[in-house]
Design a protein around this ligand. Structure first.
Ligand SMILES: Nc1ncnc2c1ncn2[C@@H]1O[C@H](COP(=O)(O)OP(=O)(O)OP(=O)(O)O)[C@@H](O)[C@H]1O
Ligand SMILES: [Mg+2]
Length: 346
């Protein structure tokens, strides 16, 4: 294998557990082969991802070369090289700030947090759009009581977003014959649909575009990071999975592709018995804070497991708009914490 062949080989490799190649993630620096000695420079942004990738490449290449020198580019020149992902496209120039609500695993409460976070922002007088980017499991319309609406177009051939609770709302579920029609799309089609939602929807001017992400670290997350200058990503987790690889993987992916993290929110964190008001830390306490410390990202707070949150959400009555003052407080506090840690453009 000569330098060119090794470069080509590395470009096609997928980053462990991600659907993107090393080339798409811009992780390859100078690559050089001299007889049986290969030197590979990696443009990873932190130690964890460097170690992951180095171990993976050593395993993949050890039988091909006598000597393998895998090193990270030094931080000074690294910052310049990282330009590609640090300067993503901007498909949403109408939005002053873009907040992506993400998680490593499914079912932790991203959609619930997205809706109520968006409403808490709107209550402060901001103009807020809410984009459901979970094309395979869209549930923003149900959570915002807009699921009987269907897509309409304006004279400029733009889709008109639904409106409720002071939000402009767009979801693929508004475009299907019924909101529960399943979509069987390849991810490339899903990605094009989302780009259309960014470009061809009459959002008007927005102070915040809140994006409810699908679970995990796949194509849609990477596309969003490449196509939008995300101001801040909020990572939702639950105490059970706080210590799992999925959370670390999600944090590392965002660090790697240059998306700033607003911080971590621990959802379904503890349980308050409705009758006695006694607080139970069913899954222990402090997990979210520990993981935030470990990865040096802010901890934005915890929201309890509350039966009313689930019931109200499922019937399209978001707690941040229609709940008790305590429930409103959880999401209003999240907004306060975010404003304390991120300098938003307003
Ligand atoms: N704090 C909470 N207390 C009680 N139930 C909650 C809470 N947060 C979310 N839920 C419930 O948990 C379930 C999953 O929440 P949600 O759909 O928001 O998760 P998700 O991360 O968006 O899931 P997916 O990965 O499938 O998109 C829902 O039934 C929701 O009502
Ligand atoms: Mg969801």
């Amino acid at each position: 294998m000569n330098s060119q062949e090794l470069t080509h080989f590395l470009q096609q490799l997928h980053y462990p557990n991600l659907e993107k190649t090393l080339e798409e993630l811009h992780l390859l620096g100078r690559i050089h082969v001299n007889n049986a000695h290969a030197s590979i420079e990696l443009l990873t942004s932190n130690n964890d991802s460097f170690t992951t990738l180095k171990t993976f490449l050593e395993r993949t290449l050890q039988h091909r070369f006598n000597q393998l020198d895998i090193h990270a580019k030094t931080p000074e020149d690294h910052a310049m090289q990282y330009g590609h992902t640090a300067q993503p496209n901007n498909r949403a120039p109408y939005a002053k700030n873009i907040i992506a609500v993400t998680s490593g695993k499914g079912g932790v409460g991203k959609s619930t947090v997205s809706v109520n976070l968006a409403i808490s922002l709107a209550k402060k007088g901001y103009r807020v759009g809410l984009l459901d980017s979970d094309v395979y499991g869209p549930n923003i319309p149900r959570l915002t009581n807009t699921d009987t609406e269907r897509i309409r177009w304006n004279d400029n051939n733009q889709m008109i977003p639904s409106e409720n609770f002071g939000l402009k709302i767009m979801s693929v579920a508004l475009t299907t014959p019924r909101s529960d029609t399943p979509l069987v799309w390849r991810s490339s089609v899903a990605v094009s649909a989302l780009i259309q939602f960014l470009e061809d929807v009459a959002w008007g001017t927005l102070d915040f575009l809140v994006i409810d992400m699908p679970p995990g670290t796949g194509d849609i997350q990477l596309t969003m990071a490449q196509e939008l200058p995300i101001t801040a990503a909020v990572l939702v987790t639950t105490p059970q999975i706080v210590a799992t690889d999925d959370v670390s993987r999600a944090i590392m992916m965002f660090k790697d592709i240059g998306v700033p993290m607003a911080g971590i929110i621990e959802n379904m964190s503890y349980f308050i018995a409705p009758d006695t008001k006694i607080r139970y830390n069913i899954f222990g306490s402090g997990g979210g804070e520990r993981i935030a410390q470990k990865y040096d990202v802010p901890f934005l707070g915890s929201i309890p497991l509350d039966m009313e949150i689930r019931e109200a959400s499922d019937s399209g009555e978001p707690p941040s708009a229609l709940g008790s003052s305590e429930q409103k407080q959880y999401y209003d506090t999240l907004v306060e914490q975010m404003e304390a840690h991120v300098s938003f453009a307003l």
